[in-house]
Structure formats: structure tokens, C-alpha cells
Design a protein around this ligand. Structure first.
Ligand code: GRF
Length: 202
């Protein structure tokens, strides 16, 4: 049974996709052991509560400095003893100590086809604003292993999504979520849980 800890910052639609996929059997052999949010009011925490999943908020404001916050974040994950850490709309850059400790066992969903529109400053709606500004006809989402960089780890799975005439960033974001993010993140988790996907061979 793959134990996963899911880190969130906002609406938690990717978390919900994981919850629903486990319930429907799209993801097998997996249990969410904890949800960790860096925002106390994140709706993702409501989603966890509704699903009866242990959930904690570790917020920067509750800690005197970044080092203390990072230590608390790592402690909140360690306590759950996960096999895999899933960053699902998580907007905190993990510190080197965290990544070292969980190397090869952290995945992230990014709302573009990496290496386009990724790296520092590219998150949430900003990604789709950049894609529309560039005039790309196809965008999508990427699940990758997390390394010390920002959106630079080994790519695991990607799914393309068409950009339509007149798209706004909000409309495009929703299409990328519905057609790509909410499909490939569960698919990758199921692949890891059933030994079809392994770090080092993607
Ligand atoms: C989504 O665009 C996701 O790709 C990005 O954060 C946004 C919110 O995700 N990483 P969620 O609804 O909180 O899962």
C-alpha cells in the first residue's frame, strides 16, 4: 500500500482528483495519510476533512524564520511517514534538506508542458497568461519528480491541451485542469503505487 502525503496551498482540485480516483479505483493500492497546507484557510483542507483525511496547516507566519518554518514542514511530513510526497498546487519552494531526505519520492504537477512556461515566477494563472501571450496553440500539464531546481526534475508524464480562440487565462486554466492535471496526476500515482513508474527510469 503506497502511503502518500499531499501538500497543498489553495483550492485543492488536484487533491480532490486524487481522493476521487482512489474512491473510484482509478488509483489502487494507495492511501492518503496526511494533507499538509501552508495556508490555514486553504479550501483543500476542507476537502481533506470531508474525506476524513488527517490534515494540518504549517504556515510561515507561525514561525520566527524560514528555517523554523522549513523544519516544521518537514516534521509534519515525517510524522505521516509517507512513501511518496505529492505537491498538488503547492506554492512553497522546498528547502534542500527536505528534497535530500525525500529524493526520488516527491512529485509535482505543473500546468504547462515543461520546459515551456516553468521555473521561478511561473505558477497558477501566470503560467496560462504567459502561454496566451506567446500565442501557443497547444499547452498542457506535466508531472515530474522534484529535484533541487524549480520544475527541473525528471519528467514522468505530460498531456497536451488545445488552446482555443478567445481563451482567457481562467478558461484555459480550467481546461488544463480538467483535461490534463486531474488525469495525469492520478495516473502517475497509480503507476508508482503499482511499480510501473520508478524514479530513475522515466
Ligand atoms: C493549478 O493550476 C495547479 O496546476 C497548480 O496550482 C493550481 C491550483 O491547484 N500547481 P489546486 O486546485 O489547488 O490543486
Amino acid at each position: 500500500m503506497l502511503k502518500i502525503a499531499v501538500c497543498v496551498s489553495g483550492g485543492g482540485t488536484n487533491l480532490q482528483a486524487i481522493i476521487d480516483s482512489i474512491a473510484s479505483g482509478t488509483i489502487t493500492n494507495t492511501r492518503i495519510v496526511r494533507v499538509i497546507s501552508n495556508k490555514a484557510g486553504a479550501y483543500a483542507l476542507e476537502r481533506a476533512a470531508a474525506a476524513g483525511i488527517d490534515a494540518v496547516a504549517v504556515t510561515r507566519a507561525d514561525h520566527p524564520d524560514k528555517a523554523d518554518f522549513n523544519a516544521a514542514l518537514l516534521k509534519a511530513v515525517d510524522e505521516a511517514a509517507p512513501d511518496l510526497v505529492v505537491l498538488a498546487g503547492f506554492l512553497v519552494v522546498l528547502d534542500a534538506g527536505f528534497i535530500r531526505k525525500y529524493k526520488g519520492r516527491i512529485i509535482n504537477i505543473h500546468p504547462s508542458l515543461i520546459p515551456s512556461f516553468c521555473g521561478d515566477g511561473f505558477y497558477g494563472l501566470k503560467v496560462h497568461e504567459a502561454a496566451l501571450a506567446r500565442g501557443v496553440k497547444v499547452t498542457g500539464a506535466t508531472v515530474h519528480f522534484v529535484d533541487e531546481g524549480t520544475d527541473t526534475g525528471p519528467i514522468i508524464m505530460q498531456k497536451a491541451v488545445n488552446v482555443e480562440e478567445g481563451d482567457t487565462p481562467e478558461v484555459l486554466q480550467k481546461r488544463v485542469m480538467e483535461q490534463a492535471e486531474w488525469k495525469i496526476l492520478p495516473a502517475v500515482i497509480d503507476g508508482i503505487a503499482n511499480n510501473r513508474i520508478k524514479y530513475g527510469s522515466v
